[in-house]
Design a protein around this ligand. Structure first.
Ligand code: 5AD
Ligand code: SF4
Length: 462
């Protein structure tokens, strides 16, 4: 049977979709190839969130298709957000591509693949967006680690997005919000748990909107903690049903979802990790309104204070867009101030990229590239200083680390992540394996990395 390799761009949801696809293909007898040179089928799972992400995937499939001259019979397919956005238009950009399958049609890949293996090219399927609110058929799947050795797992609980931030392509490529049933989510998390995974992230574009639309909490699942909101109830349900699942995370957050119940769930359910990715996007109220984010900087900072007051040691990370249309120097300075006040542990900074069909693409893209780059650099430097201060203050304290394996930078060292989702680097010891949890003491710190030593229990200690 033919072998396949999936190259994934974009967010964790794409990682999860690639795992689902991988498992489907493995179940059909295809073999997973860890390296693309040896694969008979290469599938690129693409992202549309910024122009650069699309350029990368387009460049990749272009290259792969040109390799066909020396690798006859090679099947090259495109799936994911860019496939959904471009549809058959992609064949004008990359002639010879075997197939293009959008986010709503990924369950059709196996049958499309068969046609492609028989030599057909230019097959396009993007499915239909329905507004029914019911989870689509393609998602009751198990994700698992797709045959790769992974210590963490991702489970999509909320598909699509209804926020319609003015810069964002996601609602166009992933459709309306649809929540999966708690039982369906549990089944998938349980599958991961049974495969040995102890750290699971629940995914949604705006995950705290889980259960807000076209959904009612099923009868027969009580809430011992007395939660009324569906997302805290979901957290409580998963944690209660799988008490040995050590870590539960969720992403991405939105300040409107930082309700009293959510904070109570984070504070009182021990498996929920003290980390939240809470995209700010901008610290200027004027820009936030033009982005249609649904909060102002004061409301954002209130959400941060509430979290810090109730969830000890919580790490908060964020996304920022610089150079949004009309962003002035003083708007930018507001962002710097709010970032400082929020005390982010880490920040992902992006230059605004107009996405076709979004409202912001019609606004004048008036911050030039050089200025976007400068603002990006300033925020990264600010973040480095902030990250260094925060991480240095942790030196001497203990932390629990989920071991991932040899560090990417230096194979003699190993790395893992703690509950705050910080990368922890350490010297490995005899018998260590990926998936172990280990208590460590932090000995050194960089802006985005902690260095630690294993805590050893000394004989004779009380
Ligand atoms: N331009 C730049 N960055 C964007 N993001 C989303 N859309 C755009 C865009 N058009 C960023 C946001 C989001 C992250 C995933 O990508 O910061 O949180
Ligand atoms: Fe990219 Fe957004 Fe699609 Fe994720 S959902 S792959 S970030 S466009």
């Amino acid at each position: 049977m033919a072998s396949f390799h999936i190259k994934t761009y974009g967010c964790q949801m794409n990682v999860r979709d690639s795992e689902v696809l991988s498992n489907r293909l493995l179940a059909l007898g295809y073999r997973l190839s860890e390296n693309e040179e040896a694969a008979d089928i290469i599938i690129v799972n693409s992202c549309s969130v910024r122009g650069k992400a699309e350029d990368k995937a387009l460049g990749k499939i272009g290259l792969l298709c040109s390799e066909r001259r020396i690798r006859p019979g090679l099947v090259v397919g495109l799936v994911g957000c860019m496939a959904q956005r471009l549809g058959s238009g992609v064949f004008n950009k990359v002639p010879g591509l075997s197939f293009c399958v959008g986010t709503r049609a990924e369950h059709l890949v196996p049958e499309i693949l068969e046609r492609a293996i028989n030599g057909e090219t230019g097959i396009c399927e993007t499915g239909e967006f329905t507004d029914s609110g019911t989870p689509p058929p393609e998602h009751p799947e198990f994700s698992g680690s797709g045959g790769c050795r992974a210590v963490t797992g991702f489970v999509t609980v909320l598909l699509g997005c209804d926020r319609r931030c003015t810069y964002c392509i996601v609602p166009d490529v992933r459709g309306h919000e649809r929540s999966r049933s708690p039982q369906n989510v549990l089944e998938e998390v349980r599958g991961l748990y049974e495969s040995g995974i102890r750290d699971v992230t629940l995914l949604g574009q705006s995950v705290m909107n889980y259960g807000k639309r076209g959904f009612s909490w099923p009868d027969g699942i009580p809430s011992p903690g007395g939660y009324n909101e569906p997302f805290p109830r979901l957290l409580e349900y998963i944690a209660g049903m799988l008490p040995s699942l050590k870590r539960i995370r969720f992403t991405s957050g939105h300040p409107c979802g930082v309700t009293d119940e959510l904070v109570r769930a984070m504070a009182s359910i021990p498996q929920i990790c003290p980390h939240l990715h809470l995209p700010l996007q901008s610290g200027s109220d004027r820009v936030l309104a033009r982005m249609r984010r649904g909060y102002n900087s004061g409301e954002y900072l209130n959400a941060v204070s509430k979290l810090r007051a109730n969830v000890p040691g919580i790490a908060i990370t964020t996304d920022i867009i610089v150079g949004f249309p009309g962003e002035t120097e003083s708007d930018f300075e507001c962002t710097r101030r709010v970032m400082d006040e929020a005390g982010f542990d880490n920040s992902f900074i992006f230059k605004f990229s107009p996405r076709p069909g979004t409202p912001a693409a019609l606004m004048p893209d008036d911050v030039d590239e050089e200025e976007k780059l400068r603002r990006n650099k300033v925020l990264l430097e600010d973040q480095d200083k902030r990250g260094q201060t925060i991480n240095s203050s942790l030196i001497g304290s203990e932390t629990n680390v989920l071991v991932e394996g040899p560090s990417l930078r230096n194979g003699n060292r190993w790395s893992g992540r703690n509950g705050q989702n910080k990368i922890v680097v350490f010297e490995p010891w005899d018998g260590i394996s990926a998936g172990d949890f280990a208590d460590m003491v932090i000995t050194d710190a960089h802006p985005q990395t902690l260095f630690a030593e294993r805590v050893t229990v000394k004989a004779g200690c009380p």
